[in-house]
Design a protein around this ligand. Sequence first.
Ligand code: NAP
Length: 254
Amino acid sequence: MGQLSGKVAIVTGASSGIGYESARLFAREGAKVVAAARRRDALDALIEAVASEGGEAVAVAGDVRDEGLARTLVETAVSRFGGLDIAFNNAGAVGEAATLPELSVSAWRDALDVNLTSAFLGARHQIPAMLARGGGSIIFTSTFVGYTAGFPGMSAYAASKAGLIGLTQVIATEFGAHGIRANALLPGGTDTPMGRAVADTPEARAFIESLHALKRLARPEEIARSALYLASDASTFTTGAALLVDGGVSIQRG
Ligand code: NAP
């Protein structure tokens, strides 16, 4: 029996990278998955991949900045699969890179909308559905950037992702007594389209790899396995945590 047998999970950012691998892994572990992102064609490919592995997933295309998507995802989990147990709020974007005086206000607001307000909107709809089920696991994808390391030019991204940790802690305290756990997952550099866009030259990639004790980027499947830990009953006493899965980037010196 899979680790998520009988569970229903929302995964956002499921068209690519960490979210794609997590949706597949959750489905392989027995969860019914509601997968979201903007790109319908990539989501359709995911649904096919899940079906070919004997799993079940449905796709909802939309933008996580839109509260309507948050509502539809929960409604889909309830109407198609009978309820909601797990929400992996993982969609995110690095946004514009600029030192603070040069960063436009619209770029700042956009990073907060995509990375942080999206999480608030998601949880707002996920929590009542989980309460109806007697509990659940909410996971937000944060990052080590803005938590254990500062990177020039990434103020909006860092602030939005650090904000997720505060949100995580408050949800954990507000709903812990009702069986809802909330945790933030903090990956290190990960070999996804986003990771490759940041490490966009051989020199940049070598530099980013060198920041990690493991001297490499993570594969998205490795981060997916940590998401599975937080989603599953392997982590029933873990809540309010900022879980670093960063290949040692936070402790590496020299
Ligand atoms: P990725 O492969 O580029 O995936 C990003 C996902 O987010 C895509 O599925 C994208 O789908 C979705 N997305 C972005 N903006 C969206 C929006 N407005 N509405 C709906 N979906 C949206 O990157 P990834 O590395 O897997 O990133 C996943 C998460 O990990 C992000 O939150 C990122 O900040 C975090 N993270 C990444 C790294 C890294 O080094 N890669 C490190 C630490 C944390 P569509 O384009 O189809 O909408």
